[in-house]
Design a protein around this ligand. Structure first.
Ligand SMILES: C[S@@+](CC[C@H](N)C(=O)[O-])C[C@H]1O[C@@H](n2cnc3c(N)ncnc32)[C@H](O)[C@@H]1O
Length: 596
């Protein structure tokens, strides 16, 4: 161990040893023990001197001001003890506890340390203005500026007094903060000015935005001449904007219905719909959602396939298809058998796997009614409208080819596709028939489960069949609804309420019109002893319980709606009914109901 250095300047009383005599006290290089002051450059010294001078100036000014303030205070507090004022001042300085040069000394007398005030004010300004790190690099320069600001305060005040707003701000500041230092007052004025400017800028911005949407209602001549799709698209946006803030943006000479009519006209032209269907859609969706729906209906849904679990597993199928250059993925967590195909080097309807019946091309929405039906092994199940057999083959797969599946469709041509598909997919538990569904109860009934995937207008599958946009009218809807009601009552009559495992009827359509969905279910609820039960589908929008002036049974919210713009699948409707009695109330059947 070496000897101890004499850091404190005292000698260690050890007596001179041999080594001690030879070796002197240890020395340390300059600057190790005591930090040497760095020599400043000439320019730095000049700046420091300048800063010092300025600070002295400020200190003097502040002292002067403080004296005046003290005098004022003395006058006002001569009669009353200064306790309350002390508190007030202390509260003001609360932000940063003052350690040296406190406001009150040991005797409780008022004292102010100018240095602490200056630095407090600078810090306060920084806090309030939130200085960036880059700005901090220029801190000393800014301090100079602040000093100058403080010293030129009176002059600045004169200038600023010209401004009316400033005057107001100053008055406010003076009223409320008599005891504030000039620099604090200046700071408050600055903040107020900034706030006012910000508000003004905001107002200008809003005005500008609104000005951009100043929309002049077109004349009849202008409308007649208008064929440019881009102009029509712009007008759609403009009118939607006006309707979104009608009170403010409207032309007072025009009514809301005039704007709505114009919008309807433009939407029909732009998206190629007939007026009737567009009107229906406008009744279903709020305007912003309507535009989303129309846009989504212009886009093809992704191609999806369903694994035929009678022959393979999804993992094996995916592997085989990937090896053939198919780019695919599982559809989503909600199904274990669906795959979405992004691209393929081979036609998906002609691969060896397809021909071997390992999968079927099927839209994702078509999985849903069968999932809701929840078929069980060894049941008797009826698929009332089965062609071309997509859902029917799914039912057979879930039944694992056990029990009996009646796959019916009135259309003899279409039923051939069911036969072909069933052969390919290896379905052996089915009876294929071609009855008019409405007559089936008089032929056969007592099913555990019935699926009615009803014929409909197809308003949910516009992207697949754009002709729907133009070829549907009121009569079509009326005809569809009537057939759907009759088929649904027949489907219910075919189901057995006493089935141990079921007594279930699932109704589905690829339409989004309430007339073909909630309305039909609401009708059946009144006519038969059935109730709605949850579909157990983990996504989908709630069915409507009201539509326009109509009110449906509250349980209709248990039904599910699926939309292209929300779920990226075809528009679809699914309802699950449980039959609780086989009684058919003839009187109820005789009652007639009309739509309008
Ligand atoms: C939406 S499609 C069924 C699609 C089928 N469920 C599938 O997944 O492949 C409606 C079917 O109902 C059939 N249909 C129409 N009227 C019918 C009726 N009165 N009785 C039975 N089927 C009918 C049509 O021929 C059509 O094939």
């Amino acid at each position: 161990m070496g000897r101890k250095a004499k850091f404190d300047g005292t000698t260690v009383p050890t007596g001179p040893g041999r080594k001690a005599r030879k070796q002197g006290d240890p020395t340390f290089p300059k600057g190790v023990l005591v930090k040497e002051e760095k020599e400043l450059s000439h320019r730095q010294r000049q700046r420091a001197r300048k800063r010092l001078l300025k600070q002295q100036n400020i200190k003097e000014k502040i002292k002067k001001l403080q004296k005046e303030k003290d005098k004022k205070l003395e006058n006002t507090t001569r009669k009353i003890h200064s306790k309350s004022n002390t508190k007030q001042l202390k509260a003001k300085k609360k932000k940063k506890p003052v350690t040296n040069g406190n406001l009150s000394n040991e005797n409780g007398e008022m004292q102010l340390d100018n240095d602490s005030i200056v630095s407090d004010n600078v810090e306060e300004m920084e806090d309030k203005q939130q200085i960036s790190p880059k700005e901090k690099l220029f801190q000393s320069d800014r301090e100079d500026e602040n000093d100058e600001y403080a010293s030129n305060d009176e002059h600045d005040q004169d200038e600023e007094m010209d401004n009316e707003d400033e005057k107001e701000a100053l008055e406010d500041t003076d009223d409320n903060n008599d005891e504030l230092l000039p620099i604090e007052k200046a700071n408050i004025r600055l903040k107020k000015k900034q706030e006012k400017e910000r508000k003004l800028a905001e107002e200008e911005m809003t005005d500008m935005t609104l000005q951009q949407y100043v929309f002049t209602f077109p004349t009849e001549e202008e409308l007649a001449a208008d064929t440019n799709l881009k102009d029509i698209q712009q007008r759609i946006k403009d009118v939607v904007m006006v309707l979104s803030d009608f009170k403010r943006l409207r032309d007072t000479n025009r009514s809301r219905s005039e704007y709505m009519d114009l919008l309807k006209r433009d939407l029909c032209i732009y998206y190629s719909y007939n007026r009737f269907l567009m009107e229906k859609l406008m009744q279903i969706f709020p305007l912003d959602e309507l535009l989303e729906f129309l846009e989504a209906s212009e886009v093809q849904r992704p191609m999806t396939i369903r694994t035929n679990t009678l022959k393979t597993r999804r993992r094996d199928l995916a592997e085989a298809l990937i090896n053939r250059g198919v780019n695919l993925d599982p559809i989503g967590k909600w199904t274990k058998i669906g795959l979405v195909v992004y691209s393929s080097q081979v036609p998906m309807g002609a691969t060896p796997e397809y021909l071997a019946g390992h999968y079927i091309l099927q839209g994702a929405s078509s999985f849903l009614p069968v999932m809701a039906l929840d078929p069980k092994e060894n049941e008797r199940i009826l698929d009332m409208c089965a062609a071309p057999g997509g859902k029917s083959s799914h039912i057979a797969a879930l039944m694992k080819n056990t029990g009996v599946l009646f796959s019916n469709d009135v259309n003899e041509e279409r039923i051939k596709a069911v036969v072909g598909n069933f052969h390919r997919l290896g379905i052996v538990n089915s009876v294929i028939c071609t009855y008019d569904g409405r007559k089936i109860p008089s032929v056969i009934k007592g099913f555990d489960r019935v699926l009615l995937d009803a014929p409909c207008t197809g308003t949910g599958v516009v992207s697949k069949d754009p002709s729907v946009k133009t070829n549907k009218d009121e009569i079509d809807i009326q005809r569809c609804c009537t057939l759907q009601r009759e088929l649904l009552l027949a489907a219910i009559d075919c189901a057995n309420a006493r089935s141990e495992s079921g007594g279930i009827v699932v109704y589905s359509t690829c339409s989004i019109l309430p007339e073909e969905n909630e309305w039909v279910i609401d009708y059946a609820l009144k006519k038969r002893d059935v109730k709605l039960v949850p579909t157990d589908l983990e996504f989908g929008a709630e069915g409507f319980t009201s539509y326009r002036q109509y009110r449906f049974h509250p349980s209709l919210k248990l039904t599910k709606r699926f939309y292209p713009h929300v779920h990226n699948m075809d528009g679809f409707f699914v309802a699950k009914l449980k039959k609780f009695s086989n009684i058919i109330h003839k009187k109820k059947d005789a009652e007639e109901e009309s739509f309008d």
